[in-house]
Design a protein around this ligand. Structure first.
Ligand code: ATP
Length: 760
């Protein structure tokens, strides 16, 4: 029998067993469904008796029992359902690799077949191993011969005598490929040569050794991945989520994993990867969404506003300062001082008059000794305020307005107030008291809620006071900021706040200050936080996220060359992180090999960068990028139409990437009558197939077969600080890159070596 025949025979056998398992699974599902129906019927027996405490408790018990039963059944059904999905997937593609391994100390050679999930036909007889199983690591990590791999019990030695890759289609083995490398280049070439789609795909069959390190790391508190554009950072990190969910099954749910992504469009782009791997998606959001959730009343600056504002001079110095860890630390020191003085309060009012004055609240707040921290102090203040409110409510019973309301009660209102209470009162006085108390309690409810929600802290005023105090904490001249500059900037912030808005730079400090005053302990149930495009975060934001997720391990991914928001500040990020996380528990991994683009596009993009970053192109040939400097916008439009026609003929999806949203709209107006295009205006739009026009800041993290860079003229991209932006745009292209400029090409591209592109 040839190896091919032998493998096909085995495959047939496995498929048969999968078929058996499916039949079995269907029976299980049916039985789970009947059991659930029984429980549902049981609900009818749950009577709600609530006249006494005893019976209330009894009802609660039986509801609880029903719920528990229901949950168990649901779980059984879910796992049967889940299993069914897994089996379907395995039937489609049972495995993609095989390794023959002899573990140290044994003589037997095991044939390990690796697929998307484990499958066995009896205890310990695994016909397929999950790609995340410890032993599967061997497939990704090395060649033939001696290997060691990590298991939960420590390192294990083994000998590998065969590595085989398969392509299986419809139950038939199409190719078998034996290799002595980690993951054969041919296989990788096949994987990356496909066309782009609007959804990212998993890379499970061709994970590279360096990527495998990222995926399987469980030791680091901070895993920092610096990687060139297209080096598979995002891919690796999504595989990592799937890995962690597998590794900590039963202790970790997808709801305890949060991914901060650059924009909503990107969320949309990656949301199929985990389901494809048989896992649920983690919580995905942008930093902006996180902030809006926490500050629902404030209008925050949007991505577009942030990207398109081009602060310079002092304004920029101030923005820079507000993003530093120095500013973060200054805030901590400022907050500490609030234990002694300067807390900003709001009087508690009721029916237009002051119930508890600011002065009184301050007295209470500062009546606790210095051992109290801000959180305890606030808590203790709240308790006292509640006591006072209770007393005040008692006094209020005899107020005129209450009396009037009692008199005016309708019969219906009266009945609702009495509810199940006995209708007979000892005296009229007792009846009045009872009703009046209800009325007072009802009108006090919003005040009590307000106290519970810290409304007596005037956070806006506090924030302004914080800003005003900063010159006492930070030497502003070190940032080229004069006292006057600082005061002007405070005024601008205050003006914005008056309109119910908050500038982006003040957003994180504002949340942080409030958290400090509240003594917030962060979201402790979150275990893993992933931050993509880390170069766009300031040290202040990172410190804030660390504070907000105190129990989480962090994985940060970024490309310092694509720092389109923070620009050169990103370089110091790594140093800053060294202060936030214990260096002994931090790991830095660099990915230099890029997979997205052809050699020609990678070489061109790389040359845009000044410092010749370490970027290795994957050997895949394509056309040279084309740079076309034309005489007028009309010519650019005509050229774009022509290029689009060529791309469509070659079945390449194209993105026309502009610098700003306005440019995108202009391009759209110019093109819409001639070609079929969709303009992406906001991050909340869906990615559609076909040609799109998108502003650069929304194209982050995405990739396209072909990219047309719109208007790369000298008057559009001028400053050296836009180099990273130009690099980001160019590096979105997989196979085809066309650059148009009107009259004069941006100097940022003019510096690229002549032989790396074709002039047209
Ligand atoms: N091991 C791999 N096997 C096959 N394809 C891969 C592999 N690693 C990455 N790729 C492909 O390379 C492309 C770029 O990957 P990805 O988007 O993850 O890179 P990135 O580092 O996040 O890029 P950027 O920083 O530019 O957004 C994707 O099409 C991805 O599928």
């Amino acid at each position: 029998m040839t190896p091919y025949e032998a493998e096909q025979k085995r495959l047939d056998l496995v498929l048969e067993k999968i078929q058996d398992a499916k039949a079995e699974n269907q029976l299980q599902q049916a039985s789970a469904a009947t059991k659930k129906a029984d429980v549902d019927a049981g609900w009818k027996d749950v009577r709600f008796k609530s006249s006494t405490y005893g019976s209330l408790f009894e009802t609660a018990m039986s509801v609880r029992q029903q719920q528990q039963m229901l949950q168990e059944r649901e779980l059984a059904m879910n796992s049967a359902e889940h299993q069914a999905v897994v089996l379907d997937r395995l039937q489609e593609r049972p495995y993609f690799a095989r390794i023959d391994v002899k573990e140290k100390g044994t003589e037997k050679v095991d044939q390990i077949y690796i697929g998307l999930a484990s499958f066995s036909d009896g205890p310990d007889n695994f016909l397929i191993y999950d790609w995340r199983a410890p032993i599967s690591s061997i497939y990704y990590d090395g060649g033939l011969g001696h290997v060691t791999y990590e298991t939960p019990d420590g390192k294990q030695d083994a000998e590998v005598s065969l590595k085989r890759q398969f392509q299986i289609e419809d139950g038939t083995i199409v190719t078998i490929f034996d290799t002595d490398e980690a993951v054969g280049d041919q296989m990788l070439l096949n994987a990356v040569s496909g066309e782009s789609t609007t959804k990212m795909k998993s890379i499970v069959t061709t994970i590279q050794k360096e990527q495998n390190k990222i995926i399987r790391n469980t030791a680091a508190d901070l895993l920092f991945v610096q990687g060139a554009a297209g080096s598979g950072k995002t891919s690796a990190v999504l595989q990592r989520v799937a890995y962690l969910l597998y590794r900590y099954r039963g202790h970790l749910t997808s709801g305890q994993v949060v991914l901060f992504s650059p924009n909503q469009l990107f969320n949309d782009y990656i949301d199929q990867v985990l389901p494809e791997l048989g896992e649920q998606n983690m919580v995905q959001m942008t930093f902006y969404q996180y902030a809006s959730r926490r500050l629902p009343k404030l209008q925050l600056e949007t991505l577009q506003e942030r990207f398109e504002s081009q602060p310079a001079g002092v304004e920029k110095n101030i923005i820079d300062l507000k993003g530093t860890s120095i500013y973060f630390e200054a805030m901590q020191r400022y907050a500490k001082k609030l234990n002694k003085q300067h807390i900003k309060l709001r009087a508690i009012k009721f029916r237009g008059k002051e119930l508890i004055s600011k002065k009184r609240i301050a007295e209470i707040y500062y009546s606790f000794n210095e051992n109290y921290n801000l959180g305890n102090r606030l808590q203790a203040t709240k308790e006292q305020l509640m006591n006072i409110l209770q007393g005040k409510a008692g006094n209020e019973v005899h107020a005129d307005w209450v009396e009037a309301e009692v008199q005016n009660l309708s019969k219906e209102q009266y009945d609702t107030m009495l509810r199940d209470n006995p209708r007979e009162f000892e005296s009229d006085e007792a009846e009045y008291k009872f009703i009046a108390k209800q009325i007072v309690m009802k009108s006090f409810t919003p005040i009590i809620r307000g106290v519970n929600r810290n409304h007596f802290i005037n956070i806006n005023e506090q924030f302004v006071h914080f800003l005003k105090s900063m010159p006492n904490f930070i030497d502003m001249s070190a940032y080229q900021i004069t006292n006057e500059d600082w005061q002007t900037s405070i005024k601008q912030t205050v003006d914005k706040m008056r309109q119910g808005a908050l500038p982006m730079v003040d957003m994180t400090p504002y949340m942080m200050l409030f958290d400090l005053i509240k003594g917030s302990r962060g979201e402790r149930e979150i275990r893993f936080v992933f931050i993509d495009e880390i170069q766009d975060y300031t040290p202040f934001q990172l410190a804030f996220l660390k504070f907000s997720f105190p129990k989480a391990r962090f994985t940060m991914l970024g490309d310092l060359n694509q720092a389109i928001f923070t620009k050169e500040n990103a370089v110091s990020l790594q140093d800053e992180l060294g202060q936030l996380f214990d260096p002994k528990k931090s790991e830095y991994i660099e990915l230099t090999q890029t997979y997205r683009s052809t050699q020609q596009i990678t070489d061109f993009s790389k040359d845009i960068l000044l410092h010749g970053a370490q970027i290795d192109a994957f050997e895949r040939e394509g056309d040279l990028p084309v740079v076309s400097v034309v005489d007028s916008v009309d010519d650019m439009v005509a050229g774009t139409v022509q290029q689009l026609a060529a791309n469509v003929a070659a079945k390449e999806t194209t993105a026309i990437i502009t610098k700003t949203l306005d440019d995108a709209k202009i391009a759209y107006e110019a093109l819409r009558n001639q070609v079929d295009v969709t303009v992406i205006r906001t991050e909340n739009q869906r990615l559609v197939s076909g040609t799109i026009i998108v502003p650069a800041y929304l194209a982050k993290g995405l990739e396209f077969d072909a990219v047309i860079m719109w208007d790369a003229s000298a008057n559009v991209y001028h400053g050296d600080d836009e180099r990273q932006l130009v690099y980001t745009i160019a590096s979105r292209a997989m196979h085809q890159l066309t650059v148009f400029a009107v009259e004069k090409l941006t100097p940022l591209l003019a510096g690229v070596a002549d032989d790396l592109y074709e002039k047209r």
